[in-house]
Ligand binder design. Sequence first.
Ligand code: ZN
Length: 257
Amino acid sequence: MDLFDSHCHLDPMRYLDELPEVVARARAAGVSGMAVIGTRAIDSEAAADLASREVGIVAAAGIHPNDVGEVVAGEWDRIVALAESERVAAIGETGLDWYRDHAPKDVQREWFDRHIRLAQRLSLPLVIHTRESIADALAMLREAIARGPLAAILHAFTGTAAEAAEAIDLGCHLGFAGMVTFRSSAQLREVATTVPIDRLLVETDSPFLSPEPLRGRRNEPAHVVHTARCLALARGCPPEALAAATAANARRLFRCR
Ligand SMILES: [Zn+2]
């Protein structure tokens, strides 16, 4: 199988000196591509460094909505510098999180808007986190797309079929993470079957959200195979075909070989 983990956080802080083994296990499991996503300037820079060393790894630079209340002086300039340096393939992780109230809504909106405008200015795809906020995020994306083109990825999608349809109408790609494999997620699996194959992505969101049967353990990109198999089963297609199609989508979006 040829797999692409379209969303993982492989910052050295979380994996310490195990990172080479984590990448090696991913490769052994058929994960030839990984998008390593930043949540602050420091891990965005680490992601760009990893991407420059490892074939098939791309990086995204951004500040996570749960962290926008703690941005330090000069931090946004570092994100912009990374984005302009061509060392990153995407902008994010950005978005809106109404579940956790780490930052006020207006502050989160302002930072989401900044990331949107940066992605549009540099023609880079935007990696979006939503939690109990899909309708508001889609409204902001609709406004942005009225101004100009934007390639958006709704990562770890957990919305309804109607929300998925609206996102697809806006040209978004939808990433599915470990929760789609949970026994209790029959409805989400149903939603995943409605997504056109050319808009579908698989991801781990490592180190979070381990899929069944590894739920509860620290996640890593090698585990994306379980999510791909689960989606293939739900959609009634061979796992190899689903893996190849989602990997091709990720490579097209992130412009990698
Ligand atoms: Zn993430």
